[in-house]
Design a protein around this ligand. Structure first.
Ligand SMILES: *Cc1c(COP(=O)(O)O)cnc(C)c1O
Length: 397
């Protein structure tokens, strides 16, 4: 009998006890709204922002209702308006082009390489066409950030980073999200900290920070922030910045604070699991591992590999055989988006010309989560199953 994996790819760890205790305290006092404080009280949300700013080394941090909200808020705070063109990844998750389109702006897609990073040659070729790049570190793969920043600086392009998959990661020692003018993060259940829904943005720019705070719905209570700029900066923006409510609340902030403290340990645990799967899949004929840039210190919270130039029906057979043994893979080559959308040609509200080199990579990507409820032994078993089934289908070819 072939071994079968029985774990759940969507099961995260429980909330730490300290987070449950802090959440109960918020429920017991009832002041869930971030600005609902007693005299002298610092809200869980304000403290969370202060701690997130310290973690990323940013001057300012704002906690918001979702990662997608953080992206839209960042674009607005950076001055993107209807009709503007915004460069972004052809391979990312739907909230990224969605944030651009929701502003009435137009996504201009940049291709993906077999390293699953943004194609910097394509970016250089398109650099003249926009003033902003919304860069997604999709699935945690970090491109050569030095070259990316050289291209963008030379073209006068402001970079906003989508770090939904790189919270806790770094490029040459600099935390992910700290290369551009704004970094955005998600605290949704399937990311690196879990509050159900939620997000952050960080920046060193006081005006952008003040605009973001007003946008998020601060009702002129911005003095209750601990990681926002001085009141005089707000004087310059407060009457000309609309309210687009999307605040974080104290219940979710209470759950998140202990998780932020645990993040470095969690990153090490994720990377240990990633390494076990990667080692199991070395030298499998027909299977390409995804190389990492030497400067990147990623977080291995999900795993991808490529079956480059395989016929679709053989990829489907790999998927079916793995599923039969309990290993659920996502395939980005499927014609219809199932359960998620991550390809530029699925976003018909923002159409683009065909990108053949990108299509070749997308058609090859297989993807799975590695939740921390999986032990290293579970990861070894997953690796054995993938190795056996990919090899079996390859040999039939
Ligand atoms: C999850 C995710 C986001 C933000 O998602 P929310 O669900 O709105 O928090 C943004 N970009 C990528 C690549 C994501 O995976």
């Amino acid at each position: 009998m072939d071994e079968r994996f029985t774990g759940s790819f969507t099961q995260q760890e429980p909330i730490p006890e300290a987070g449950i205790e802090a959440a109960l305290a918020v429920l017991r006092h009832g002041r869930l709204h971030r600005y609902n404080v007693t005299p002298g009280e610092l809200s869980e949300t304000a403290l969370l922002e202060q701690e997130f700013a310290a973690l990323t080394g940013a001057r300012h941090a704002l906690a918001v209702a979702s990662g997608g909200y953080a992206l839209g808020c960042a674009l607005r705070a950076a001055g993107v308006a209807a009709g503007d063109r915004v460069l972004t990844n052809a391979f990312t998750l739907a909230p990224v082009p969605g944030a651009i389109a929701a502003l009435g702006a137009e996504p201009v897609y940049v291709g993906v390489t077999p390293a699953l990073t943004i194609d910097l040659d394509d970016l250089a070729a398109k650099a003249g066409s926009a003033r902003v790049l919304l860069l997604s570190h999709m699935r945690g793969h970090i491109c050569d950030m030095d070259r990316l920043m050289r291209i963008c600086d030379a073209a006068g392009i402001a970079v906003i980073e989508d770090c939904a998959h790189t919270m806790g990661a770094a490029w040459k020692g600099v935390p992910s999200g700290r290369h551009g003018i704004i970094g955005c993060y998600s605290t949704q259940t399937y990311k690196h900290v879990n509050s159900g829904e939620g997000g952050f943005l960080v920046t060193d720019d006081p005006e952008i920070a003040a605009r973001a705070v007003i946008l998020s719905g601060s009702y002129m209570l911005y003095e209750r922030h601990l990681a926002a700029p001085a009141p005089e900066v707000f004087e310059r923006v407060k009457y000309v910045t609309p309210n687009v409510s999307g605040r974080m609340d104290n219940l979710r902030a209470a759950i998140l604070r202990p998780q932020l403290r645990a993040l470095p340990d969690q990153v090490a645990r994720w990377n240990a699991r990633y390494a076990v799967v990667e080692d199991a899949l070395r030298d499998v004929p027909g299977l390409a591992l995804v190389p990492r840039e030497p400067g990147a210190a990623p977080v291995g919270s999900s795993f991808q590999f490529l079956l480059l130039d395989w016929a679709a029906e053989r990829v489907r057979e790999v998927l079916a055989r793995c599923a039969a043994r309990g290993v659920e893979l996502k395939w980005f080559g499927s014609e219809e988006p199932v359960g998620f959308t991550s390809r530029y040609d699925s976003w018909r509200y923002a159409p683009a010309p065909p990108m053949p080199a990108t299509d070749r990579v997308l058609a090859a990507i297989l993807d799975m989560r590695l939740p921390l409820t999986f032990s290293p032994e579970d990861c070894a078993q997953i690796g054995r199953i993938l190795r056996a089934e990919v090899s079996a289908v390859w040999q039939q070819g």
